[in-house]
Design a binder for this molecule. Structure first.
Ligand SMILES: Nc1ncnc2c1ncn2[C@@H]1O[C@H](COP(=O)(O)OP(=O)(O)OP(=O)(O)O)[C@@H](O)[C@H]1O
Length: 207
């Protein structure tokens, strides 16, 4: 294991079913995701991509099937081994970008980069002292993505991570994802477009 790399684990989802508002959204969904692998989660609007991500990070109970994390010790919970960057950025608008990241690091634990370092990586060193409410949509998305760097967690669950990002920022994120995979991390990203990851396999929900 190289320094900073993650120990090998495997996420195993079997026969998952999802109901929302009394309606069956999907069923019999099975897949695995091991260290070093990436999945591009695709499907039409409303297919259940965000719902699946909510299940994986423990925010939504599956209506059937099971989610297991193999190789992560006794009673491992994916919630404690994963990062979520969702549609909603989860940032506190009155706090600065640096304060938001310091808060995330304190809550998530497993400290990695310092907030200022993480902001520099996503090209926002100059914004560390600005309230997040002053930032553009793409800048806010980059602050949300910088959360991936302040706390070390192997599974990145990303919901349309490229949205609002310009071309340079999309390339920056693709580079971060490749580095994460090279360290034995794993990524599942819902997307309607390319992720910039050659080895990602597609998991499509629905027709
Ligand atoms: N809290 C909720 N109550 C009832 N129905 C919901 C709820 N949240 C989502 N849904 C419904 O579940 C279905 C799946 O939604 P979801 O957001 O998972 O789809 P998605 O594949 O991520 O879509 P998109 O590509 O538009 O982001 C949709 O029909 C949606 O209206």
């Amino acid at each position: 294991m190289t320094p900073g790399s993650f120990s090998p684990t495997r996420l195993l989802a079997e026969n998952l079913a999802c109901r929302r508002g009394g309606r069956l959204i999907f069923e019999r969904l099975s897949f695995s995701l091991a260290s070093g692998e990436a999945i591009a989660l695709t499907g039409r609007n409303g297919a259940g991509k965000s719902s699946l991500i909510a299940m994986l990070c423990g925010r939504l109970r599956p209506d059937g099937g099971s989610i297991l994390l193999e190789g992560a010790g006794d009673e491992p919970a994916l919630a404690e081994n994963s990062h979520l960057v969702g549609h909603r950025d989860g940032l506190k608008t009155a706090l600065t970008a640096g304060e938001n990241l310091a808060f995330a690091q304190a809550v998530l634990g497993d400290a990695a980069l310092a907030p200022a370092e993480a902001l520099a990586v996503v090209g926002l060193a100059h914004a560390a002292e600005l309230p997040v409410g002053y930032l553009s949509a793409g800048q806010r998305r980059r602050v949300a993505l910088a959360r991936l760097l302040v706390s070390r967690r192997p599974y990145w669950l990303l919901d349309e991570p490229m949205s609002a990002l310009d071309t340079a920022s999309q390339a920056m994120l693709a580079g971060l994802m490749r580095d994460h995979l090279a360290q034995g991390g794993a990524i599942l990203a819902a997307t309607h477009g390319p992720l910039g990851l050659d080895g990602a396999r597609e998991l499509r929900i629905g027709p």
